[in-house]
Every structure is written in C-alpha cells, then in structure tokens.
Design a protein around this ligand. Structure first.
Ligand code: NAP
Length: 345
C-alpha cells in the first residue's frame, strides 16, 4: 500500500520532506504540491521528476481527490487554516511545528478534531524519534534509575540568523524541549520561571541570550534548561535525568575519538539539521506507516496545544520575572492512545 501525499509549502523543510519521502522512505508518494511561490513548487516537481500536480493553493490541494494525506510545511501563521481544512476534509495531516501560532489557534484545532470524531493530526516534534532520546526514555521507563527527580538540559546553537528576534529562543528553540521532556518523563508542567543571566556580547542588538528556564512538573520533578543560542562553539543538546538510584544522560552524537597532536578529541556538530537528520526520516516513515494502518501515533494536536500554552507561559515568565502557573486542563479522553485510530479514505 502506498500513501498518496500532498505537500503545502515547498521551502526548506518542505523540500527536505519531499526528498526523503521520494528517495529515502518507503510507502509514500508525493502526488501534489503547492506553494505561494508556484514557480518554486513547479521547479521541485521538475527537478525531482515527480509525478505530482502543482496546485494554486493549499485548499485546492486538500480537496484534491488523489490526495489521501496532507503534509503542512508552509510558513507557521498558515498552519492553522490548512490543518483545520484537512480535518474538515477528513484527511490525516502531518503539520510541522508550530501547530498554530497561538494557544487559542491550537485549541481550535483540538476542538475541531474532537468534533470530527477521529484523530487526524500529527505535529512535527521530531526529537521523540531520535535514537538517543528513545534510548534515554527506555532507561527511565525501565526503572533502572528509580523515579526521576531532576533534569538538567542545555540547548545551544553556535549563532542565529538576523531574523531570529524577540522571544524566538523560547518559541522556536526551547519549544522542542517543551515537547520532548514531557514525553520523556510522561508528565505535564505546572509552572515555569525564566532567569536572565548576564547577556553575551555576541548576541544581536536587543536579543537576550542566554536564558535559564525552570519548569516544575505535576510529579514535582524540577527541570532546568539553559538556552544559549550564540554559544559559538557548536550545536549542542544536553539532557541529564537524575533519578533516585542513578543518572542517565542523552547520548552524544557518534563521532570518531581522535588522538592527535597531544590531544584526545571528538567533534561537535554545528548544524542543527545534522544533529536530528535521522529522526526526521524515522518520524515521517512512522507517520506514513501508522497513517496507512489508520492510526496516529506521534505528537497529537493536544501535544501541539500544550507546547503553545507552555511556551506562552514562558514568555510571560520572562516578561514579568514571576513564576507563572501553567493551567492546560485535563487531557481529553479523545487523546488517549487507544482512541487514536483513523481510517484512511
Ligand atoms: P521556509 O523555507 O520559509 O518555507 C516555507 C514555505 O512556505 C515558503 O516557500 C513559503 O513561500 C511557503 N508559504 C508561505 N505561505 C504559504 C501558503 N499560504 N501556501 C503555501 N505555501 C506558503 O521555512 P521552513 O524553514 O521550511 O519552515 C517551515 C515550517 O517548518 C515552519 O513552521 C518551521 O517552524 C518548521 N520547521 C520545523 C523544523 C523542525 O525541526 N521540526 C525545522 C525547520 C522548520 P515564501 O517563501 O514565498 O513566503
């Protein structure tokens, strides 16, 4: 069986996903694409010799008969309308983060999906598919380190582009920790505090960097995350879980251990795309496989909503200097694993 996929947005990650579905993964076929820049969409179809139709806009693509499932990789502010339209059409949809640019927008998607009656939405939080994070989760779930008590994390980028402004350290970078840590710990957040250390001189004018973000979970686990996006030396993601009887660290990406010139060294990656490259493949392959089986197994619309709520609370905590409660409410019954079953039309 092959899943016939339409892709909305043929920018950087859209092109990556089209390439991986076409050349690396199995059981998926790109049958339709669209982009506001239609010439760019046409060029992708031609360059990759895709047997795919180029549509004038996302809504026409979603309605197209040959499109069985939708991938949304357009600009963030357009995600909500395309995900809502996919739900209305009863088509499974994989949406790159953010699910919507506001918590209210994410909630509208949650409400629409519940009203439709079947889960259709998966959000592109790919760290859950990383080999290292999965190994770390296995150790925590096995009970080898007892109950988790504390988590120490770092999210470091060598530098950021000029369009990285305002609160993007939270809304664009830290949002990955927001999603992966509640999945890792099987827990939810109750409050957040943001501490602003001395600013690096190497940040762009007006940009706060670094941040220390402190989260508390329902079970009382305390999490500290250093978000430092101009650290210069590399793209470095750290996660250490301290349990009652032991400590578990996220594995480092594999690298040759070099003995040379009186030094023992390993390389540190600099490009974020390289760090999680394999997880994008696993993420989309699992989405294709589960969609073909009529299931949604990845991060749900509810997870997208929780990420947005938590991220809003962090921004508020940063602005006020206060500890901000995170009141997301009970996870609806609809989002338990058992009910996450859809039929592919
Ligand atoms: P990008 O290179 O700017 O690509 C977005 C594309 O969508 C552009 O070609 C843009 O056209 C097009 N577009 C904008 N509005 C549209 C509409 N109404 N209909 C159809 N196409 C539209 O950005 P990107 O880096 O690929 O990021 C896309 C999304 O993926 C973002 O939400 C980003 O946060 C997310 N992302 C996630 C990860 C991850 O790690 N999970 C990594 C990268 C990106 P124009 O350029 O002409 O406006």
């Amino acid at each position: 069986m092959v899943l016939k996929i339409g892709v909305i947005g043929t920018g950087a990650i859209g092109q990556d996903h089209i390439r991986r579905i076409t050349s690396t993964l199995t059981s998926g076929k790109i049958v339709a694409v669209t982009d506001v820049n239609k010439e760019q969409a046409k060029a992708i179809v031609n360059n990759l010799s895709l047997d795919a139709k180029v549509y004038d806009n996302g809504h026409e693509l979603i309605q197209a008969e040959e499109v069985e499932a939708v991938v949304v990789t357009s600009w963030g502010p357009t995600h909500e309308e395309f995900v809502l339209a996919s739900i209305a059409a009863g088509k499974p949809v994989f949406c790159e983060k953010p699910l919507a640019t506001t918590a209210e927008g994410c909630k509208r998607i949650v409400d629409a999906e519940i009203a439709f009656g079947k889960p259709l939405v998966q959000v592109g939080y790919m760290r859950r598919y990383d080999k290292g994070y999965r190994a770390l989760k296995n150790v925590i779930d096995s009970g080898k380190i007892g109950e988790a008590l504390m988590v120490h994390c770092a999210h470091r980028n060598p530098s950021v582009p000029d369009n990285y402004t305002g609160d993007m350290a939270i809304t664009d970078s830290f949002v990955h920790e927001i999603d992966v840590l509640r999945w890792l710990l099987n827990d939810d957040y109750v409050s957040v505090q943001v501490i602003l250390p001395r600013n690096t001189r190497l940040a762009a004018q007006g940009l706060q960097d670094p941040h220390i973000i402190l989260l508390e979970t329902v079970q009382g686990i305390r999490i500290d995350v250093e978000v430092f996006v101009n650290c210069q030396y590399g793209y470095d993601i750290q996660c250490q879980v301290v349990g009652e009887t032991g400590i578990a660290n996220l594995p480092e990406p594999s690298s040759v251990v070099l003995r040379s010139e009186a030094k023992l060294s390993t390389e540190i990656l600099v490009d974020w795309k390289e760090r999680f490259i394999d997880s994008y493949d696993v993420e989309l392959q699992e989405w294709i496989n589960s969609t073909l089986k009529g299931k949604v197994n990845g991060p749900t619309a509810w997870d997208g909503y929780v990420a947005a709520m938590t991220s809003d609370a962090c921004v508020e905590a940063k602005r006020t200097g206060n500890i901000i409660p995170i009141a997301m409410g009970e996870r609806p019954e609809f989002y338990t694993k058992e009910s996450a079953v859809v039929e592919v039309t």
